[in-house]
Design a protein around this ligand. Structure first.
Ligand SMILES: NC(=O)c1ccc[n+]([C@@H]2O[C@H](COP(=O)([O-])OP(=O)(O)OC[C@H]3O[C@@H](n4cnc5c(N)ncnc54)[C@H](OP(=O)(O)O)[C@@H]3O)[C@@H](O)[C@H]2O)c1
Length: 256
């Protein structure tokens, strides 16, 4: 599936759980749980760990919070850790992540919940015992904190939202994504949390509805109409003029 740019404004249900991150950053050298580590670390027991995608820790390295996938498995494999703050490449922007969303794809990757035949191929592609890109998260909404020297589309302070199906990294306080990816200015009137809920289901639904060439007057059935993809699909199909039915899990179909 190829995601498309140019998202419309559709108020919709969050992909799954919305995660909002704070704005505290730390410096390497503080001992977790100690007074020097600060009240947040002391209260939560964050552990210091090298950032798998953000370079080695050194004296003076700025630390930020991230949810790191330590191996494939149940939700407990996700651990809140301190990692080195990522540095943008020449064509990347460093985004202060204000909201992200836990998507069904994240869950597949984290748990490797795939049919046996696909699991080995997935391990080869994603990492043998754990995702190579340890910080998951494909969607974000936030503010550009800094930009690489060759970036022209965005500048410091810009509010953005977007999706990156290959790089991940949105389960963190900061993520560096290419300016040429699926990244767009935050639509006026949308909160960060609302914007973070749009790209995943919205782009999937738009892609498949376009492939199906949905037109005015057609009757469309959306299974899973309450999910991330489904809520967008219902709204987009209505936008295209279709008569939409969303069957409920139990009971009678709901029609819009
Ligand atoms: N091909 C791709 O690239 C791609 C990418 C992403 C996702 N997907 C697939 O697209 C589907 C939807 O993804 P999503 O992100 O929208 O997931 P989601 O947010 O978890 O939504 C799942 C939807 O399916 C419904 N559902 C779950 N179990 C059901 C059952 N036994 N009978 C009837 N309805 C059931 C849920 O209804 P309730 O609200 O009642 O639970 C919900 O509406 C998933 O199967 C996912 O694997 C495909």
């Amino acid at each position: 599936m190829r995601p498309e740019r140019g998202l419309g404004r559709q108020p919709r249900k969050p992909a799954r759980d919305l995660v909002t991150l704070g704005d505290r950053s730390r410096r390497a050298g503080a001992v977790p749980g100690s007074a020097a580590a600060g009240p947040v670390q002391a209260a939560t027991g964050y552990v210091q760990a090298p950032a798998p995608q953000a370079g080695a820790l050194g004296e003076g390295t700025e630390l930020v919070k991230a949810v790191v996938c330590t191996r494939y498995g149940p939700p407990e494999v996700l651990q809140l850790q301190n990692v080195a703050k990522p540095v943008p490449g020449s064509k990347q922007v460093c985004i202060r992540v204000m909201a992200t969303a836990v998507t069904s794809s994240d869950c597949y990757i984290k748990g490797l919940n795939l049919p046996f035949a696909y699991r080995m191929a997935a391990r080869l592609a994603l990492g043998l015992t754990a995702p190579r890109r340890r910080i998951l998260g494909m969607v974000l909404a936030g503010q550009v904190e800094s930009a690489g020297p060759e970036v022209t589309a965005f500048a410091e302070g810009d509010q953005v939202f977007g999706l990156d199906r290959h790089r991940f990294g949105a389960y963190a306080e900061y993520a560096c994504w290419p300016e040429g990816g699926v990244l767009a200015p935050l639509p006026a009137g949308l909160t960060y949390a609302e914007a973070a809920a749009v790209p995943y289901g919205g782009l999937l639904a738009l892609h498949y509805l376009k492939r199906a060439n949905i037109r005015r007057g057609q009757r469309v059935v959306i299974y899973g109409a309450s999910g991330a993809v489904g809520t967008s699909a219902v709204q987009l199909a209505r936008h295209f003029g279709a008569d939409v039915t969303g069957p409920r899990r139990c009971g009678t179909p709901a029609r819009r």
